[in-house]
Design a protein around this ligand. Structure first.
Ligand code: G4P
Length: 189
């Protein structure tokens, strides 16, 4: 997606060989016009699947997620990272390990919001090792629903998440793929 690639080029800050900072349009300040285009693009790519729910994870997945859900005219659900106060039997729980933060988080979704037979599109802002996407997919499968695909705003293609998800049989659509962050610059795949 050229618009997004230009934005990454103009505003992305390479923090290290592993980490790209995009807090001016995605992770802190958010660009609603760009997010609307992201939503349209995911809708275009997954429209043949009759998606019934979009699923993301708080917090930075919510902006691309809600714009996609708006365009598809379906609800957005975001998995929560904090411990839920709801009774454990009312929620789906999965453990997600973050390599970036070197810690494990529990992510939860209320059983009310994903039903057997739902066709779920997973959307997230970044794809690195794929832990978050795999955790979300396991929740969908716990619910007896189907993952129709995974839409990613920025994939770091030098990390294994995209390959691992594809090998597991998921269709992954990334709007921008980064081949490398070496030498302080962004190289697109
Ligand atoms: P993984 O899910 O693909 O395995 O990713 P990982 O554990 O490495 O990432 C944990 C968090 O860091 C996620 O956000 C992810 O979106 C984000 N992240 C990973 N690589 C980058 C990067 O290069 N740049 C930026 N800006 N973020 C990255 P999170 O902790 O859930 O944060 P948030 O959604 O609350 O903002």
């Amino acid at each position: 997606m050229q618009l997004l690639q230009n934005k990454v080029k103009e505003e992305g800050i390479v923090l290290s060989n592993q980490v790209l900072k995009v807090d001016s349009f995605l992770n802190h300040q958010m660009d609603p016009v760009l997010m609307r285009e992201v939503g349209k693009e995911f809708t275009q790519r997954f429209k043949e699947h009759n998606v019934t729910r979009v699923l993301t994870i708080e917090s930075s997945g919510i902006a691309p997620g809600i714009m996609t859900a708006l365009e598809l005219n379906v609800p957005l659900i975001f998995a929560r990272k904090q411990k839920s106060l709801t009774l454990r039997e009312d929620i789906y729980v999965e453990k997600v390990y973050s390599f970036t933060k070197q810690e494990s988080n529990e992510i939860t979704v209320s059983k009310k919001f994903i039903n057997p037979g739902d066709k779920v599109l997973i959307v997230d802002d970044f794809l690195a090792n794929g832990e978050a996407a795999f955790g979300l997919a396991r929740i969908v499968e716990q619910a007896g629903a189907e993952v129709v695909g995974i839409g990613i705003v920025i994939e770091k293609a030098f990390q294994p998440g995209g390959r691992l998800l594809s090998e597991a049989g998921y269709r992954v659509e990334s709007l921008v793929r980064i081949a490398s962050l070496e030498d302080g610059k962004v190289t697109f795949a």
